[in-house]
Ligand binder design. Sequence first.
Ligand code: 8Y4
Length: 278
Amino acid sequence: MPSLNCGGKLLDLSSPQVMGILNITPDSFSDGGVFFAREAALRQARQMYEAGAAIIDVGGESTRPGARPVSVQEELDRVIPIIETLHAELPVILSVDTSKAEVMREAVQAGAGMINDVYALRREGALDAARECDVPVCLMHMQGEPRTMQQEPRYGDVVQEVLQFLRQRIDTCRQAGIAREKLLIDPGFGFGKRLQHNLQLMKQLPELAALGCPVLVGVSRKSMLGSLLGGRPVEGRLHASVAAATLAVWLGAAIVRVHDVGATVDAVKVAAAVKQID
Ligand code: 8Y4
């Protein structure tokens, strides 16, 4: 998998890449109006691009545990103006973090070159929308749904169950007319998983990579790291996040989704240099 066509922009996967997170939620950007929101998002996106992000993941719906769902119109209003602005101003690949068919279509129309769907195209109309958008899609594993997923995650063998789910979704996508070459896969760290499940998935990441689709990993600032650090709050999780991203790349991740782009880009370069030595 040397490179992926992301709506005309090429994503080089001959070495691991960093995806920067851009959350567009009312608490982050929107109070202050559309102009302020665009400026604030552009400033943050430009900083991530200059720090070495290959992709910027734009999301308008919080998928944190306990978060409430957002309407289609609310999500479109948050995300589309930002994608238009970033597409016009930066040469970076934009990914849209959404599970809604209508948001996928409008976002790709506005310049997004990738779809990042934590529901793995299981929501109504999403398979058809993704096929018609004709951009790469990340299929993520989640047990349950965001509101309740951390209540009591249960697995027999978490790695086998995640593998089985992803194989099934890859198959469903292919039957729906989405080429395997357009798919990325993601074990969904923290999405209906306890600490032990997350650690097991990390250790056995090579088994996911063996499915043949590029693996995307999101561990940045997540509560699994907080737990490992004795309950450290989110502001204190930078170093653990960089360590986890480095490990993920070492174990086969093609893309890491992170908040702290600069620090992660440096760390990933070290891992990539060692990896490519025979
Ligand atoms: C602090 C910061 C605490 C962030 C929790 C969080 C993933 C993802 C998310 C992922 C893919 C998050 C949209 C959750 N995580 N997409 N999205 N993979 N593909 N929580 O792991 O960042 S949102």
